[in-house]
Ligand binder design. Structure first.
Ligand code: IFM
Length: 445
């Protein structure tokens, strides 16, 4: 595998998420989601942007499939909007919602693109939030019901299932920082939400396996390496703390180690919501771990203002002010594999936002994104060469889309979307990725 050539069965994909691209927020019986409520609340999203229309993928999915086909993309990771299937979160099923995804899946399979479906990418039915959302244990049964209905309907055709996308973000950015829906600022709620997210995952995996013959089931975490700013003991301890917060608090319970003690102590939480048997259910064996990787953090101990640490970034940045640091992905893959030993790993997201909205002679040139994807693919290849079982890579994202509280101000797509006309134009990065797929190699110009 010299020259960064990938194994023949390596999965080359792109990824999106329902709320970020679909639009049609209240069409054909769909219920309100927490992101509908959040984005419709003044002051929550930059420029008052909403996902009401987004990339209008709900109506343009055939064109989007054609776009992927033309680029030679082999796999498509999309998410399913829970409130399209169960407008109130549980109970009455909205057949039109299931039909939308059924047609999408048929369309993908017709052109030879393998579907990878994520059950939860942040658009919780608002009706469940009204009962406490992820902070309340009732959500677990509701999630399992949703997973059951959805995998029974699509499992004859969709074999690859991801239960949750980035539960850390759902729990801590949604319930502790308040930057995401539902916009709460309560650490205890965030910790309880983490547990209910993980339990929903653990409890739904056997249900998915029951409904889907030859299922390939996993969960996706956002993992960010935390590196000490110096080799001082204080900085290393501080980095270990943030590592516990973002990475270990999810990796450990998923692999049967329970919640990391240092974090439970730091959260000053009695964890009284953990019931007998929960931890065993959470540690259900999965077929793979999905990793979303974007950057690393540098961490410095800082006793000022009672803050035990400061996270900062330096070097070449993307528009998100995330450092471009491919080597971090290599280190992360080695660490996750050798310390946790998942049977397989997919990079379920990797990509970058750059300000590339200005066409030159009708072409969108995004050399920074080409370089970002290329350098990350190279280290994925190197990780495979040292024995890390990375089975696939999904660029985030197929389309420029709604970047959560940043609205449409950050463009991650390898395909440009004109938000006025909805015209799609492949950027240089899409064309580069297409050539890389054809060559099965990251080592191309
Ligand atoms: O757009 C998000 C995606 O929804 C989840 N992972 C990170 C991406 C970039 O912020």
């Amino acid at each position: 595998m010299a020259n960064h050539t990938f194994p023949k069965d390596f999965v080359w994909g792109t990824a999106t998420a329902s709320y970020q691209i679909e639009g049609a927020w209240n069409k054909d019986g769909k219920g309100e989601s927490i992101w509908d409520r959040f984005s419709h609340t003044p002051g929550k999203v930059l420029n008052g942007d909403t996902g009401d229309v987004a990339c209008d993928h709900y109506h343009r999915w055939r064109d989007d499939i054609q776009l992927m086909k033309d680029l030679g993309i082999k796999a498509y990771r999309f998410s399913i909007a829970w409130p399209r299937i169960l407008p109130s979160g549980s109970g009455k099923v909205n057949e039109a919602g299931l039909e939308f995804y059924s047609q999408l899946v048929d369309g993908l399979l017709e052109v030879g693109i393998e579907p990878y479906a994520t059950l939860y990418h942040w658009d919780l039915p608002q009706a469940l939030q009204d009962k406490g959302g992820w902070a309340d244990r009732m959500v677990v049964d509701a999630f399992v019901e949703y997973a059951d209905i959805t995998t029974r309907a699509l499992g004859d055709r969709v074999k690859n299932w991801i239960t949750l996308n980035e539960p850390w973000v759902s729990a801590f950015v949604g319930y502790r920082d308040g930057h995401h829906a539902p916009g709460h600022k309560d650490l205890n709620e965030a910790v309880a939400a983490s547990h209910h997210l993980l339990l929903s995952h653990g409890r739904s995996v056997p249900v998915i396996r029951k409904n889907v013959k030859d299922a390939n089931v996993g969960i996706t975490l956002n993992l960010t390496p935390q590196m000490p700013a110096s080799q001082s003991l204080a900085d290393r301890k501080a980095a270990n703390y943030i590592d516990g917060y973002i990475n270990r608090f999810f990796l450990d319970p998923l692999t049967g180690r329970g919640y990391p003690e240092d974090m439970v102590k730091a959260f000053e939480n009695s964890m009284s919501f953990v019931q007998n048997g929960d931890m065993e259910e959470i540690a259900v064996p999965v077929d793979f771990l999905g990793i979303n990787y974007y950057t690393r953090n540098l961490v410095r101990a800082d006793e000022k203002d009672n803050q035990p640490q400061t996270v900062f970034r330096e070097g070449v940045m993307t528009e998100m002010e995330w450092e471009v640091y491919p080597r971090g992905l290599y280190n992360l893959l080695g660490r996750v594999h050798f310390a946790y030993g998942f049977p397989a790993i997919y990079i379920t997201e990797n990509g970058a936002a750059f300000p590339d909205d200005k066409p030159v002679n009708g072409e969108f040139h995004d050399p920074d994104r080409v370089s970002y994807i290329k350098e990350h693919l190279k280290v994925v290849n190197e990780a495979i060469n040292i024995g890390v079982p990375v089975k696939g890579y999904f660029v985030w994202s197929l389309l420029d889309n709604f970047e959560w509280s940043f609205g449409y101000s950050k463009r991650f797509g390898i395909v440009h979307v004109d938000l006025e006309t909805q015209k799609r134009t492949a950027k240089s990065s899409a064309k580069w990725y297409s050539r890389a797929i054809a060559a099965q190699s990251a080592e191309i110009d």
